[in-house]
Design a protein around this ligand. Structure first.
Ligand SMILES: *Cc1c(COP(=O)(O)O)cnc(C)c1O
Length: 423
């Protein structure tokens, strides 16, 4: 079930204070999730979450997660700089890149971040761009289907990430010759899964592979990075991931494969994005138009530029109307944005209560891969972000884009943009 922890009145209060559309994030919820995750993984000796910055790259949020002990997972120059600006440094940063421009390794090395190599050819790239550190992480792609109890959890063979099993050995031997002493092992094979068995099964695979690689290369396995992929319940009938069971399952594998064989000191890392912040964000928007042709349309002031997942993946996002809480859902509607693209629909054939123009509408679970995936098609400007602070106040943590921002990369007088907004 989507997260209903905020009272409907909170959205109405926020919409009174800030013009819609905006994403609203719940500080308390994010902190609670970070604490719950840490506790769930307390059965393994050393655990740290590296929040996947791409999910919600906003400093106020990154600082909250930092206070809760999280690191960050970055994949670009801008994300590395953002991490730096928020006070993350050194081994609190994982640089999990793929297909990166070589110079980006230089910056990551300069910041002393963990380097997570995606390809065997990147060993030389790293050597030539900042140098090989003592400790390097490798991305593993196990290939074929990743099955758990008969259910396919991912199709790694179709994924562009990671190295094959023989390449892991070869890469480590090359890295060893270049001075590496320790290694981490990482794999990202499934996305948005709430299956309790996913992380434990992935852990088993990485733990066993790590032990083999130690034997083959003489290097020390220093950490296993389970990456992201734990999902959230977007639909009302979906169950949430049982994070306590997941943590306990990983700890059981840890005990069997490491502790009982006398292998110590292997840290566990995760790079969760969606699980950490997804349920703690909502896109708050207002109904601008109502249209009845072959279908009944509610046109809102947000668009796919503020939340792309429904247009891009046909993703379901639950929708509620705070002022009409408890009223029967009798109207079958499509909820649309204003792009000249027929896939700009937040909901299709959705039953909602009867509404009026001006009603505030809340799109749930937008706290990860929401605004960060946004774009500027049709000259649409991305909306603002508001934090619902623990003390009950609201704070704008990212302003809305302006025409001036849109014009900033163009060879045109920037004041022209300003003139338009002033008119
Ligand atoms: C996107 C990504 C994540 C986060 O994925 P979620 O599905 O949000 O948990 C973690 N690690 C890497 C390398 C990624 O690319």
């Amino acid at each position: 079930m989507p997260n209903f922890s905020l009272e409907p009145q909170v959205f109405l209060d926020a919409a009174r204070q800030y013009q819609t559309p905006f994403h609203l994030y719940d500080e308390k919820g994010i902190r609670e999730t970070a604490r719950r995750l840490k506790k769930a993984f307390s059965g393994v000796p050393t655990f740290q979450e590296y929040f996947a910055v791409k999910a919600l790259p906003t400093p106020a949020i990154l600082r909250i997660l930092k206070e809760e002990g999280c690191g960050v997972d970055c994949a670009s120059t801008a994300e590395l700089m953002l991490a730096k600006a928020c006070g993350f440094e050194g081994q609190d940063i994982m640089f999990s890149a793929n297909d990166v421009p070589p110079e980006e390794f230089k910056l990551a090395r300069k910041m002393n971040a963990f380097i997570n190599l995606d390809d065997i050819t990147h060993v030389e790239t790293l050597r030539d761009n900042g140098g090989v550190p003592e400790e390097v992480c490798l991305r593993y792609n196990p290939g074929s289907s990743f099955n758990i109890a008969g259910a396919i959890m991912g199709e790694p063979e179709e994924a562009k990430y990671g190295m094959t099993r023989p390449q892991l050995t070869e890469a480590l031997l090359k890295l060893k010759a270049l001075g590496a002493k320790k290694f981490g092992l990482h794999s990202f094979v499934s996305s948005n899964t709430t299956d309790t068995n996913y992380y434990p099964a992935l852990a088993r695979l990485l733990f066993k592979t790590g032990v083999q690689l130690m034997e083959e290369t003489g290097l020390t396995l220093s950490f296993v990075n389970l990456s992201g992929g734990i999902g959230i319940p977007y639909r009302p009938d979906a169950a949430e991931a049982d994070i306590e069971q997941i943590g306990a399952g990983v700890a059981r594998e840890y005990d069997k494969i490491f502790t009982q064989k006398g292998i110590t000191g292997v840290a566990i890392k995760t790079e969760l994005g969606r699980y950490m912040t997804g349920p703690h964000g909502w896109l708050v928007t207002t109904i601008l138009h109502e249209k009845r042709i072959y279908r009944h349309y509610l046109g809102v002031d947000a668009s796919a530029c503020d939340l792309m997942r429904p247009a891009m993946y046909g993703a379901y996002h639950h929708i509620t109307i705070p002022a009409r809480e408890g009223q029967p859902a009798t109207e079958m509607v499509d909820v649309t944005g204003s792009l000249c693209e027929n896939n700009d629909k937040f909901a299709i054939n959705r039953l909602l209560p009867e509404t009026q123009i001006g009603d505030v509408l809340v799109i749930h679970d937008t706290g990860a891969h929401g605004l960060s995936m946004g774009y500027n098609y049709n000259g649409k400007l991305r909306c603002k972000e508001v934090l619902y602070c623990q003390d009950g106040s609201f704070k704008m943590i990212r302003r809305a884009e302006t025409v001036r921002d849109y014009f900033a990369t163009l060879d045109i007088d920037p004041d022209y943009g300003a003139l338009i907004t002033e008119e």
